[in-house]
Design a protein around this ligand. Structure first.
Ligand SMILES: Cc1ncc(COP(=O)(O)O)c(C=O)c1O
Length: 433
């Protein structure tokens, strides 16, 4: 017969399972390379300061609370339950009530993400768009938000349809020149929203400079960190207030689940967002939480390999006569190269490139064999995307043209296959083998 183990009895180690984020000290330093392991970020758990671990370890053991399950399984269980029992009014031993509000598997994942992004708290959503939508519930009609002018098309669609319908005033500016942010400020500016590098044109924004502007204006700086992940870039350490992730991409990493995150620097802001999340309800299901956590365990080695393969393919693409421009932040000629080097620890696995004609672009999409013509990014499989017809199809034409999203532009998410096989596939698709 199964007995409730001591651990989950009232007073046992799982008893205070309700979130109890006691964060330590943010070290404020100018140099992002000096703050990779802040000394006392999280309260020690059983004598172990989890934040003293390297990121490779935190991807696996970064949870703030010990959450061993009753049977001591190594892989954290999927608590596939909608609700949790109470013993008496006001006394529920697990600390959990209802899975829309919180669920152990989701909390386990959220704590891991918080440790990676140096966040006071993180909230897992059912998609990246659900996370961004929840974030924009912070604002009221008449509030003004400055956004990067080259963003994932779904974000542009959200801002131009739903956010504007809700009375928000949205301006899109080229944030890679921070003076444009300054020039766009208004007395009612409540947030600056940037992607860096951007999807798909790979523009780089100076996060620390944008954070200074936001702080002086009393606005929030929100950074979509999907492309580089916390393995390569930590916007909160550079002064951002909020980090957005499409967890669908590198974090889960296997093209098998949709998810999103908000990682929040400040607990008071996190409490407001938790209220929004539990009220609007687009939170991540237990099984998907488990999948994303499993993906994160290998994030560091995957990111290293994505970048290695991307660097190889950038070189290949640069030597193909039909390729006119290659956009990759790890290329010394890229306008954002130095800045990205300063604020990030790598260039990642995303490449955009322009071919000489729309016909060639279409032919390439039809001819790849190992690489798949599909939207999305950040997974084990290499995906070739046609932004104009897929990810950015709902972006107004004038905005697309201004950004350079033409019918000759392709985006390549470099996967983890053999670099040689990927090279051969590109060459055969270009008709060069
Ligand atoms: C940079 C970026 N942010 C956010 C999203 C939205 O994420 P999701 O598709 O998980 O809703 C995407 C999706 O492609 C993206 O590329």
């Amino acid at each position: 017969m199964w007995h409730m183990p001591d651990k989950i009895r009232p007073g046992g180690s799982l008893a205070p399972a309700r979130r109890n984020h006691v964060c330590g000290i943010y070290q404020t330093m100018a140099d992002p390379y000096g703050i990779l392991a802040p000394a006392a970020f999280y309260v020690n758990y059983q004598g172990v300061n989890k934040m003293s671990y390297d990121i490779q370890t935190r991807c696996i053991h970064g949870q703030e609370h010990s959450r061993e399950d009753a049977l001591c399984s190594i892989s954290y269980p999927i608590y596939q339950t909608a609700s949790f029992s109470h013993l008496t009014p006001g006394h529920n031993p697990s600390g959990f009530d209802y899975s829309r509000e919180s669920n152990p598997t989701r909390s386990y994942l959220e704590e891991t993400i918080s440790s990676l992004e140096y966040a006071a708290d993180s909230i897992a959503f059912s998609s990246g768009m659900a996370a961004i939508s929840a974030c924009f519930e912070l604002f009221r009609p008449g509030d003004h938000v400055i956004c990067t002018d080259d963003l994932y098309g779904g974000s542009v669609r959200l801002f131009q349809t739903i956010s504007e319908k809700n009375g928000l005033e949205i301006d899109f500016v080229d944030t890679s020149h921070v003076e444009n942010i300054n020039n766009a400020l208004r007395p009612n500016t409540k947030a600056i929203y940037v992607e860096t590098p951007t999807n798909p044109m790979m523009h780089v924004t100076d996060i620390a400079a944008a954070a200074q502007i936001a702080q002086a204006a009393g606005a929030l700086l929100i950074v979509d960190n999907t492309f580089l992940t916390p393995y390569l870039q930590n916007p909160l350490l550079l002064g951002a207030d909020l980090v957005v992730h499409s967890g669908t991409k590198y974090l889960s990493g296997h093209n098998d689940t949709i998810s999103g995150f908000l990682c929040i620097k400040d607990q008071a802001l996190a409490d407001r967002l938790r209220l929004i999340a539990k009220t609007t309800g687009a939170v991540l299901a237990p099984f998907d939480s488990w999948l994303v956590h499993r993906g994160i365990k290998t994030l560091p080695i995957r990111m290293e390999r994505h970048e290695e393969n991307a660097r190889h393919l950038v070189h290949v693409l640069q030597n193909i006569k039909y390729v006119k421009n290659v956009y990759y932040v790890g290329l010394p000629g890229h306008p954002g190269y130095e800045l990205n080097k300063k604020q990030a620890r790598g260039a990642g696995g995303m490449i955009s490139f322009e071919v000489d004609s729309a016909q060639r672009a279409r032919k390439l999409l039809e001819s790849v064999r190992l690489i798949t013509f599909a939207e999305s990014l950040g997974g084990t499989e290499s995906l070739l995307t046609y932004p104009i017809a897929q990810t950015h199809t709902d972006v107004p034409q004038d905005m697309r043209e201004k950004a350079g999203i033409t019918d000759r532009l392709l985006r390549l998410s470099v996967g983890l296959e053999s670099a040689k096989d990927l090279e051969d596939d590109l060459l055969q698709a270009f008709g060069l083998l």
